[in-house]
Design a binder for this molecule. Structure first.
Ligand SMILES: [Zn+2]
Length: 259
């Protein structure tokens, strides 16, 4: 199976995560997809394949170097897609040899992908692009990562002349809701170091990250009839606004870069 065939098969699985279920995986579709991948890894003939109750799927491609010890390298990708937009009934389409300019995703609904809004599109003129009909996510984040990793280990198995140590692979749920690493069993994975294959430009290597921690601040007011409100009513919305305005205006993600 080619990389693209794999990818087009994977995007059929609805694996949107959900911030509100308090379960791992947060949605059943992720486990269904993990079980599908588990079968595929068995068919490919990988070793130590294990899928735990939380939806973390791991496997090994044994090394083929016997005369010396080499480190175990890991590759990781996530099963879920963003809760922000539907991942159900994804209908992908391949735009062959992209000539530049607008791509009409959906003429009926008037949805267009334009370099005016996404100038990086122009980096891919002349290439084949996979797009949706504009009403769902494509799910390339991160099914592209999964397709890349499985296709790479498939290739390495068929090409034993390429020498490598043990390679561990892992697919985890709920990255998009900040819980991907939550129940990741590092000891069970057992890699000396690992790389996450995730959305990004070709050739990009990220080696640091921002802190995506969340704080929940609750403002409590006091409800008083407006006719008798003076010195008594406390409007929680006004206090919340005051709080937001107190945060340094130029120290936000949209106004900063570097460190
Ligand atoms: Zn991702």
């Amino acid at each position: 199976m080619t990389l693209v065939d794999r990818f087009l098969e994977y995007v059929k699985f609805d694996t949107q995560s959900d911030e509100l279920t308090n379960m791992t995986p947060s949605t059943p579709g992720q486990m269904i997809f993990a079980q599908h991948l588990e079968k595929e890894l068995h068919k490919l003939g990988l070793s130590d394949i294990s899928l735990d109750e939380n939806g973390y799927l791991m496997a090994t491609l044994p090394g083929n170097i016997s005369d010396r010890k080499v480190p175990v390298v890991g590759f990781i990708a996530h099963l879920d897609t963003s809760p922000d937009m539907s991942g159900r009934h994804v209908s992908p389409r391949i735009v062959e040899n992209y000539p530049g300019g607008d791509i009409v995703l959906n003429a009926t609904d008037g949805i267009t992908l334009s370099p005016e809004e996404f100038p990086e599109l122009l980096n891919y003129v002349g290439q084949d692009l996979i797009v949706t009909d504009g009403n769902t996510l494509l799910g390339a984040d991160d099914k592209a990562g999964i397709a890349e990793i499985i296709t790479a280990v498939d290739y390495l198995m068929k090409h034993p002349e390429i020498k490598h140590g043990d390679i561990r692979i892992a697919f985890n749920p709920d990255e998009e809701i900040g819980l991907g690493a939550h129940k990741f069993d590092v000891a069970r994975f057992g890699a000396d170091w690992a790389y996450t294959m995730d959305g990004g430009e070709i050739g990009e290597l990220e080696f640091e990250n921002f802190n995506a921690a969340v704080a929940t601040v609750t403002f409590k007011g006091r409800n008083v009839h407006p006719g008798y409100a003076k010195h008594k009513m406390i409007n929680s919305m006004r206090i919340a606004n005051q709080f937001v305005i107190m945060l340094p205006r130029w120290e936000t993600p949209e106004h900063t870069e570097g460190f």
